[in-house]
Design a binder for this molecule. Structure first.
Ligand SMILES: [Zn+2]
Length: 456
């Protein structure tokens, strides 16, 4: 893969020129070849390694390990070694004279900020001088693909964080349009805005809002040590090569705790995980994330919607697919919140069936902090982060930590419970189909009307 990096006033552009056997589109198709990031950093003020790493994080899914990467901006020998050792990529454009980026002596941490609950909770437990960077989607000129996602809530979330006196930089970009199925090419593409500002803002750490379930992959149904996570095993050395320590402050706590942090903290009004809602404070209410947030809100506040309201939400097309998946994504959280609901006297038949599928609630540890995860916070920030976390989530006992490591739902036989759940859903189809059909008919009619007028 050849990467053309073009830093001009107001914009950093990355153009992908696939090499031998590329683009590797086994995972996802490549439909555009240029991505732009709109930044006010003057050309020449970003360390070459930061530019090279940014470009690699845009192109990663389409690079074949066997095919060397060349780049219009050469990187340092240290970066090339780190790319080889971690993700196994061959960077051929190396400037042996180039000094790697040094970690600033008295720097600040940066956060890849999404506006979701986990992201806001992360900001809340980090030092006050933490700076946030948000990657905001913007369609390239002439783009015909439409999206259901709405960026207004995320923009408002950034504005709220700013109102609380925190630094936020919003970088607009069309990088999500490179893929055939739109989205970030790589999990760490969201770090590009931070990388481009790392020199201006003297950053010494790159943080993400990944909770326990994501960091240790419990959401896949079993535990995996963080040493094997992409934060550490694959990319930790690469970020270190550009003077940034990886920092995952909420790695030891579940979504139940991040919801609690957001509920308790002034910054919490900035949090909205739904990416479809029309604005902050107005999630769509129909996606799986919204349905899960209803359960989390119940578990955190102790106030639950009626069984009818809960079931109406979970009957929707996406939420039902979420509960029917095996394992359920973020299953420990679903299991725990459903058991809380039942313990509080809730009488939804559906949620009783979900509890049957997930088994008993062994999950008191979900309200606590898994201490080994603090190793994912750079030493200089660790005490402060730990103190803020422990205010909401006390440390787990050794036995509870062991339960986390032993977590595995793959061995459970739940054929019967799954069948009963499927049966319930078959008898309870989504209720909003009629309303959606009306909405669609109205949009078609409006478009027809517009065409008629524009012709006349
Ligand atoms: Zn939603």
């Amino acid at each position: 893969m050849h990467l053309d990096i073009d830093h001009e006033p107001g914009r950093v552009g990355v153009t992908l020129r696939p090499g031998e056997g590329e683009p590797d589109s086994r995972k996802v198709g490549l439909v555009r070849h240029t991505a732009s990031f709109f930044v006010e950093i003057p050309p020449g003020d970003v360390h070459p390694d930061l530019l090279v790493l940014s470009a690699v994080l845009c192109a990663r899914p389409w690079i074949r390990r066997r095919t060397p990467i060349t780049c219009s901006v050469p990187g340092s020998a240290l970066l090339a070694r780190a790319l080889r050792g971690g993700p196994g990529l061959r960077l051929d454009s190396v400037d042996p004279q180039l000094e790697p980026r040094a970690r600033p002596a008295s720097g600040s941490p940066g956060l890849c900020f999404s506006g979701g609950t986990d992201s806001v909770a992360t900001l809340a437990v980090m030092p006050d001088r933490t700076r946030s960077y948000h990657l905001l989607r913007r369609a390239p000129a002439g783009e015909r693909r439409a999206t259901m996602l709405n960026t207004r809530a995320a923009r408002q979330s950034c504005a709220v964080v700013r109102r609380h006196g925190r630094q936020v930089d919003v970088v607009t970009s069309d990088v999500e349009y490179l893929r055939e199925v739109m989205g970030f090419p790589h999990d760490f593409t969201t770090a590009v805005p931070l990388l481009l500002h790392a020199d201006r803002d003297q950053l010494d750490a790159v943080a993400w809002g990944a909770p326990l379930e994501a960091t240790y992959r419990l959401q896949r149904g079993y535990y995996r040590d963080f040493a094997d996570s992409p934060f550490v095993g694959e990319w930790g050395g690469v970020f270190a090569a550009v003077g940034l320590d990886v920092c995952v402050p909420v790695a030891g706590v579940s979504e139940v705790v991040t919801s609690r942090i957001v509920h308790a903290h002034a910054l919490g009004e900035a949090a909205q995980s739904c990416v479809r809602g029309r604005r902050l404070g107005r999630p769509c209410g129909r996606c799986a994330k919204c349905a899960r947030k209803t359960l989390l809100a119940g578990a955190v506040t102790g106030r639950w919607p009626t069984a009818e309201a809960l079931e109406r939400q979970w009957r929707g097309e996406e939420p039902r697919a979420h509960l029917l998946a095996d394992p359920i994504k973020v299953e420990p959280v679903v299991a725990h919140t459903v058991h809380r609901y039942l313990a509080a006297g809730g009488d939804s038949t559906l949620l009783r069936l979900v509890a049957e599928k997930t088994g008993p609630d062994p999950l008191e540890w979900l309200e606590r902090s898994y201490e080994p995860a603090l190793e994912l916070v750079p030493e200089g920030y660790r005490d402060e982060v730990a103190a803020r976390l422990h205010r909401i989530a006390p440390p787990m006992t050794r036995a509870q930590e062991q339960t986390v490591r032993a977590y595995d739902v793959r061995a459970l036989d739940r054929t019967r419970a799954q069948a009963r759940l499927e049966e319930w859903f078959a008898g309870h189809p989504p209720q909003d189909l009629a309303r959606r059909a009306v909405g669609r008919a109205r949009r078609v009619a409006r478009a027809r009307l517009r065409r008629t007028f524009s012709r006349g």
